[in-house]
Design a protein around this ligand. Sequence first.
Ligand SMILES: [Zn+2]
Length: 290
Amino acid sequence: MSSPDADADSLKIERKRLRQHLGLGPNPSDPPAGHPPQIQPLFFIERAPGSREGAKCKLPTCAENIMPGELRLAMNPALGGGSWNRSSASLYHIRCFEKLADFTQADFLDRIQPLTRRTWTHRGLNVGIERLVLEWKVTIGRWIDKRDGVPDEPEDEKRVHADFVALLRKAGSSEYKQRTIPTGLPLDEYHYLAGPLAPFESDGPDDKEEWNLFDTYLDSTVNALDNLHGLSTMLQHWSDDVELIHKEEVELDEQEGAAKARLSKKAIRALKRLSIIPMPQPSYSRSFYA
Ligand SMILES: [Zn+2]
């Protein structure tokens, strides 16, 4: 076992290495390092593929492997590397990477990408995770802009995106009546977002308690900015619930049984719908890394 002081020191060093890998100065107050990286590193959220022993987590203070089926963060290019190479990405538990990256800064936040049906290699993320990660990114981004005094989008700009925003936020609700497809959005993507990926689950116009994915799992308050582990906590909560609803009653222990009993029928229906893992769409998969 290493001492807490040694752990704190090695995390400090690793944070500086990460900042420099992204082309930033070693400390937040430093000017940017000499050259920006030739290929901008991205942080992919993905599910660990099958393997016997899992993969080593790159956080120096973490001794646990990332096991098959767990969510992980893959940084590509790898720390210290300069080119895309799937086999050499730096892999982390999401919770561990949150100790290095400062997601309250756009330099880090903007690099998060869920690896989903739109991306070239499909890593088995269910659609709930895709929706949650993207919405979390937008939410934190909005608080960052508020904190930094970045002016809001002008009203006419907002109107241009209004159809798309409504589709992303309101689909599935009985109040969502939109029939216009947002400009530039492919028809199949529109139907996908309006149906299988909709954040609302509703029993119809009389339903006064519609279920909502983001309200259930995502902290949209300003406190989210102070929560170092907001992303991993949200994804853990979601994944725990998905696991619960796919277990038979006899497989549940007492605690799980109680947790499952707290889920409404509507919530279970929504969790089933949003826990599907769609096949990648070939039209997207070719262009992504081009
Ligand atoms: Zn770890």
